[in-house]
Ligand binder design. Structure first.
Ligand code: HEM
Length: 396
């Protein structure tokens, strides 16, 4: 029995065999670097619903790692690193921008963006789904949510990726150097956007400026929130789109049924989220001794819950390892649970439905490389492909 290590190359390529082992033999497992790994659905839900499994310790660990400066100041303030009461206060401020009624205004934009991005590909019959559709769509959608111009997507995407890499367990010294350089430009951009904005719109930036005026949010927190949302809002959707489309391409008869029955798209999206989630794990640190599944966990221990494993728990799902777009949907752990349940789930589903629906409709859609040429990005927090070349019959 070896210690589970999500940074190991073979686990990164395919974590599911390790998850099986954990689910079956050691559901609360002491893995590499003394970290606890929790895999069963009920245990994951219990951890995510219990505020003794907290986040501020993780912030301290990370800010120590990056050292003093703008990067730790800005990223240290992000909602994902706060516990109560700051977490609840920030969620209360930004929450209204994520309600279905507020997000409905983004639907036409998401549809037009998918159309726009697929146009050049339709003429030639080939594309790289990751670079040509997933990233630009996800970036433009999150910029729309914030109320920032879609034309800024390239620069913003570059800064965001550099900052995001510093948050990964596998970050190198070079990643840290690039992150420090990028945050200065990123913060400058957000400050300029704020200076030009009024607080009377429906978008997230306007909402936060209003909260700042009524002293519910500091200026630094606004900058942090913009940076986080751009990062978490686009890396997740972009990765999930690639993972989901690959699951469909791996099961051509199901891709075909989605093409013939567009009403299956929402179910297919839920199954893609369950089967291969973009966010594989969420980390907490204990503020007290706790007993979980018969194991004694100590205050200050680091605990990682594995959504990718919980989604394959045979105690919750029939035939958990079968991809089945006709499955009666049973909610998965892919958007988390409890007080930190993903704020962006509606926006994510909107993009996934629109993009996967449009892709599935392309005639004779298939993978354009052999499956063993596909490579996952070198990250542990998010699971996503570096590229996904596909081919189909071009229009006209
Ligand atoms: C939280 C997954 C898209 C914003 C979370 C969490 C997960 C998750 C698992 C819980 C984190 C934890 O418990 O520590 C995903 C996936 C997405 C996606 C798989 C795409 C398929 C988005 C989008 C946005 C977003 C589009 C916003 C633009 C957030 C925020 C939180 C969060 C702000 C933190 C909530 C809090 O701390 O209270 N997401 N997400 N996500 N997500 Fe998402």
């Amino acid at each position: 029995v070896t210690a589970f290590d999500p940074t190991a190359v073979d686990v990164r390529r395919d974590p599911y065999p390790s998850y099986h082992w954990l689910l079956r033999h050691d559901p609360v497992h002491r893995g590499a670097h003394q970290v606890w790994y929790v895999s069963r659905f009920a245990d994951v839900r219990a951890v995510l619903g219990d505020d003794r499994f907290a986040r501020t310790g993780i912030r301290r660990f990370w800010t120590d790692l990056v050292g003093p400066g703008l990067l730790s100041r800005i990223v240290g303030d992000i909602i994902l690193f706060q516990d109560e009461p700051d977490h609840g206060r920030l969620r209360g401020v930004v929450g209204p921008a994520f309600s279905p009624s507020a997000l409905r205004r983004l639907e036409p934009m998401v549809e037009a963006t998918v159309d726009d991005l697929l146009r050049p590909a339709r003429a030639v019959g080939t594309m790289d789904v990751v670079a040509d559709l997933a990233y630009p769509l996800a970036l433009r959608a999150v910029l729309g949510l914030l109320g920032l111009p879609a034309g800024d997507a390239d620069a913003v995407g570059r800064w965001s990726r550099a900052v995001g890499r510093t948050l990964d367990r596998g970050a190198t010294a070079e990643d840290m150097r690039r992150g420090h350089a990028a945050i200065a430009e990123f913060a400058d951009y957000v400050e300029r956007a704020l200076a030009e904005r009024r607080d009377d719109g429906e978008d997230l930036l306007a909402l936060m400026l209003a909260a700042h005026r009524s002293r519910r949010m500091s200026r630094n927190e606004i900058v942090s929130t913009v940076v986080t949302f751009i990062f978490t809002g686009h890396e997740t959707v972009a990765s999930q789109l690639g993972n989901g489309l690959l699951s469909l391409l791996d099961h051509p008869e199901q891709l075909d049924s989605v093409r013939r029955r567009p009403d299956l798209v929402p179910r297919a999206v839920e199954e893609c989220l369950r089967f291969d989630p973009a966010v594989q794990s969420n980390t907490r640190q204990l503020t007290a001794d706790v007993e979980l599944h018969g194991r004694r966990l100590r205050r200050d221990d680091v605990v990682v819950v594995l959504a990718g494993a919980a989604n394959r728990d045979p105690g919750r799902y029939d035939r958990p390892d079968e991809f089945d777009v006709r499955r009666e949907p049973v909610p998965s752990m892919s958007f988390g649970a409890g007080m930190r349940y993903c704020l962006g789930s509606y926006l994510a589903r909107l993009q996934l439905r629109t993009a996967l629906g449009a892709m599935a409709a392309l005639p004779d859609l298939r993978l354009a490389v052999s499956p063993n040429e596909l490579v996952y990005q070198p990250r542990t927090m998010f699971r996503g492909l570096t590229r996904l070349p596909v081919a189909f019959t071009p229009a006209g």
